[in-house]
Design a protein around this ligand. Structure first.
Ligand SMILES: Nc1ncnc2c1ncn2[C@@H]1O[C@H](COP(=O)(O)OP(=O)(O)OP(=O)(O)O)[C@@H](O)[C@H]1O
Ligand SMILES: [Mg+2]
Length: 279
C-alpha cells in the first residue's frame, strides 16, 4: 500500500501535476493590477483610454509616462474606482473592482496609497497630525498611531518637522509629507500621479529615493511622470501611453533590484548632475 502511494506521487511529479507548494502559490497569485481591454470614454465622447491591457506584479516599480492628455491620470483614477471603465475590466489583486458594492470601496482605497500633485494636505493641522489623520479615519488604535506616524515621517526625512504646519514647509517637503500620509498604513499598492511635477531636480531625486525605499519594503509602486530624464536613469519598468493606448512597455534595466537606496540616489544624482544631498 505504502509502495503504491509513493509511486503514485512520483508518477504525478513526472507528469508535472505536483509542484512544491511555494511554486504553486507563486504561480497562482494574481497580479496586483490588471487592466483587460479597458476603455474610458468621457461624457461628450472623448476617448481617454482605448482597450488598454496591462499587468503589474506585486513588488514592481513602474513608471507610467506619455504626453499631456494621453490618459495617465484617467488610468490611475480607474484603479481606485474614482472612475469606472466604459468597457473592459479593472482588477486589483485579482478582483474585478466593478463588482464591489459601494460600501466596499473605502476598503479598496485603504489598501491603495495615493499621492497627487496638489498634495491635498490639511492646512490647519501639523505635519504629525496630517499623517495621523490618515490612520484615525480608518479607526486605528492610538498605540498604532503613535508608532506608525513617526516611522512614516522618518522614512520621508521629515522627523524634525513634526510640529510645522504645511505652509511652513517647502514644496518638496509638502510632497514628502503627502508620500508619508499615503504610506503610513503600509498599503500593498502606492500610486503617485506626478509626484515631482513642480520640484527642482535635487528635490525630485529625494522623492524618487523615498518611493524606491517604499518599494523595497514590498509595496508595489506606480508613478506617473513627465520627467523623461529621471525615468531613463532609474532603470525601472516603463509603460508609455499615447492617445489612450499603450505604446511602450519596457522591462526594468539589469540589476535594478540590487541597488541599495543610497547607491540608487547617489547614482541618480551623479547621472542627473545634481550636486546637493538634501536628506
Ligand atoms: N472629466 C472629464 N471630462 C471630459 N474629458 C476629460 C475629463 N477628464 C479628462 N478628460 C480628457 O481626457 C484626456 C485624458 O486626460 P488625463 O487627465 O487622463 O490626461 P493625462 O495623461 O493625465 O494628462 P496630464 O499629463 O496633462 O496630466 C484629456 O484629453 C482630457 O482632456
Ligand atoms: Mg494627469
Amino acid at each position: 500500500m505504502a509502495r503504491y502511494q509513493t509511486s503514485g506521487i512520483l508518477r504525478g511529479r513526472e507528469r508535472g501535476q505536483r509542484r512544491p507548494e511555494h511554486l504553486t502559490e507563486r504561480r497562482s497569485k494574481p497580479p496586483i493590477v490588471e487592466l483587460r481591454q479597458a476603455s474610458k470614454v468621457y461624457a461628450g465622447g472623448h476617448v481617454a483610454l482605448e482597450r488598454v491591457s496591462l499587468r503589474v506584479d506585486r513588488g514592481e516599480f513602474v513608471f507610467l509616462v506619455g504626453p499631456t492628455g494621453c490618459g495617465k491620470s484617467t488610468l490611475i483614477k480607474l484603479l481606485i474606482r474614482e472612475l469606472e471603465p466604459t468597457e473592459g475590466e479593472v482588477l486589483i489583486a485579482g478582483k474585478d473592482i466593478a463588482t464591489l458594492s459601494n460600501d466596499r470601496i473605502p476598503y479598496l482605497r485603504r489598501r491603495i496609497g495615493t499621492v497627487f500633485q496638489d498634495f491635498k494636505l490639511l492646512p490647519s493641522r501639523t505635519v504629525y497630525d496630517n499623517v495621523a489623520y490618515a490612520l484615525q479615519v480608518i479607526g486605528a488604535a492610538r498605540s498604532e498611531i503613535r508608532t506608525k506616524v513617526p516611522d512614516a515621517l522618518r522614512l520621508v526625512g521629515l522627523a524634525d518637522k513634526t510640529k510645522n504646519y504645511p505652509d511652513q514647509l517647502s514644496g518638496g517637503e509638502q510632497q514628502r509629507l503627502s508620500v508619508a500620509r499615503a504610506f503610513v498604513n503600509h498599503p500593498p499598492l502606492l500610486l503617485a500621479d506626478e509626484p515631482t511635477g513642480n520640484l527642482d531636480p535635487a528635490t525630485s531625486v529625494g522623492i524618487m529615493q523615498t518611493l524606491y525605499r517604499i518599494n523595497k519594503t514590498g509595496t508595489t509602486v506606480v508613478v506617473v511622470t513627465h520627467d523623461r530624464e529621471m525615468v531613463d536613469k532609474m532603470r525601472r519598468r516603463v509603460i508609455g501611453l499615447d492617445a489612450g493606448r499603450v505604446v511602450r512597455d519596457q522591462a526594468a534595466g539589469l540589476y535594478s533590484d540590487e541597488e541599495s537606496t543610497r547607491e540608487f540616489a547617489a547614482r541618480l544624482r551623479d547621472e542627473l548632475g545634481v550636486e546637493d544631498e538634501r536628506y
